[in-house]
Design a protein around this ligand. Structure first.
Ligand code: NAP
Length: 413
């Protein structure tokens, strides 16, 4: 693999028109292979994606891969963790994919993933959670879960506005809140965090979730919030959700209140149901009644918890795909970290990155290739040809290396 930026390969750029990608037959797609186990899982993923596209389109379509750099490889080659050229290239080419990146210790960068989301304004974290047949799961009917979680990426407690206990800033803020704004008593040695949630941030995220649900013919979008306690942040997120549904998709959507008031609880043909659930009850719902939920829209922290809980229900994070998106850019990624103790051993499960590649193919409108991979991976797992993480949970499994698991998928394409 290269260690310096090269000129783009032969191919064409993906354009975005009216929010939809316009995809040439040979799109140039930048990739970051990632740190730790990144190269192992990237090699496997690239082979599977290329083989599936070849099988689906017989050479008429092909991805022109363009390597760009971030993380340890960028630091070693250029002395920078996240070169501007990488960010600019992803901005230009609209669709990209990455392996996991090390979080540098010191050096002023909180996390490369957070930096990328911020620089590219990737405001929606999108996590489909669906069971892959054959994967061991802790619940009786993992096949009942088929949800896509849209988690807001830029606001809420995660945007990092906080002050440490005992610092002059924390004390100043506490005094201001109590003396000037008349807040309840706050213990003077508290650390303080601020949780901003805006109509701008909420509406664009929820609008994207609704658009997705309509495009994919899903039947509901659920707003997950803790508005019974935090009325002006979480409660407002819910209210803005109903507003955006009404303002932008009035003809296509119906609220749960209307559903019962005017339709006896039966969803009218072609309508998308907008409902909301308090976050704690939602954790019960995903376990007890998963079939009643299709697309979820959440503020940042609720979505963080819920994505991992839902992933656990279908067999864990090892196979969970994800993407971070703006209005124009879609950046697909493995959802686990760099697992440094397994780096270079050709050992770990490439499933998360491969399924992120499946999401990417769906986003390109190359559904035939996407479905082939999904089916082929299920077959490999049903044949019990799996990497160590699944093998240790399955009776009679044949444990294979990362590259061999990719080969087993390719054979099943
Ligand atoms: P991690 O890399 O996700 O690894 C934790 C454990 O999860 C591994 O020891 C392994 O468990 C299992 N695991 C992860 N990926 C797997 C795979 N593909 N196949 C099978 N098992 C897998 O989490 P971490 O050790 O907390 O983080 C390491 C580094 O990654 C840190 O620098 C962190 O900041 C970074 N990170 C990056 C991202 C990202 O780029 N999106 C996300 C999270 C963390 P067993 O040992 O039990 O088999």
């Amino acid at each position: 693999m290269a260690t310096e930026f090269t000129t783009p390969p032969d191919g064409e750029r993906i354009r975005v028109e009216n929010g939809q990608p316009v995809v040439p037959d040979r799109p140039i797609i930048p990739f970051i292979e990632g740190d730790g186990i990144g190269p192992d899982i990237w090699n496997a993923t690239q082979r599977v994606l290329d083989a599936a596209v070849e099988r689906a389109f017989g050479g008429k379509k092909q991805i022109a891969w363009y390597e760009v750099f971030a993380g340890e490889k960028a630091h070693a080659a250029f002395g920078e963790w996240l070169p501007e050229r990488t960010v600019q290239t992803v901005r230009e080419y609209k669709v990209a994919i990455k392996g996991p990146l090390t979080t540098p210790v010191g050096g002023g960068i909180r996390s490369l993933n957070v930096a990328l989301r911020h620089l590219l304004d990737l405001y929606a974290c999108v996590r489909p959670v669906r069971w892959v047949r054959g994967v061991p799961s802790p619940v009786k009917r993992p096949q009942d879960m088929n949800m896509v979680i849209f988690r807001e990426n830029t606001e809420d407690v995660y945007c990092g506005i906080e002050w440490e206990s005992g610092t002059p800033e924390a004390q100043q803020l506490i005094a201001y809140l109590m003396d000037e704004l008349g807040s309840k008593k706050i213990h003077p040695d508290s650390g303080v965090g601020i949780k901003p949630i805006s109509p701008f941030g909420s509406k664009r995220l929820i609008g994207k979730a609704i658009r997705y649900a309509i495009d994919r013919e899903r039947d509901s979008v659920t707003l997950v919030h803790k508005g019974n306690i935090m009325k002006f942040t979480e409660g407002a997120f819910k209210d803005w959700g109903y507003e955006v549904a009404q303002e932008q998709y009035g003809d296509a959507t119906i609220s749960e209140d209307e559903l019962w008031a005017s339709h006896g609880g039966k969803l009218p043909e072609g309508k998308l149901l907008i409902k909301d659930r308090i976050a704690d009850s939602m954790f019960q719902q995903v376990l007890l009644r998963p079939r009643e939920y299709a697309v979820l829209a959440t503020p940042n922290l609720n979505g963080d918890y819920l994505s991992d809980a839902c992933a656990a229900q279908v067999g864990g994070l090892g196979l969970a795909p994800g993407a971070n998106m703006s209005d124009e850019i879609a950046f697909f990624e493995a959802t686990h970290g760099t697992a440094p103790k397994y780096a270079g051993q050709d050992k770990v499960n490439p499933g998360s990155l491969i399924l992120s590649g499946v999401m990417m193919l769906e986003h390109l409108g190359w559904g035939d290739a996407a479905e082939r991979i999904q089916r082929a991976m299920e077959q490999a797992i049903e044949q019990k040809v799996v990497t160590y993480d699944l093998a240790r949970q399955m009776d009679g499994a044949r444990e294979v290396k990362t590259s061999q698991f990719a080969s087993a998928i390719i054979e099943n394409l």
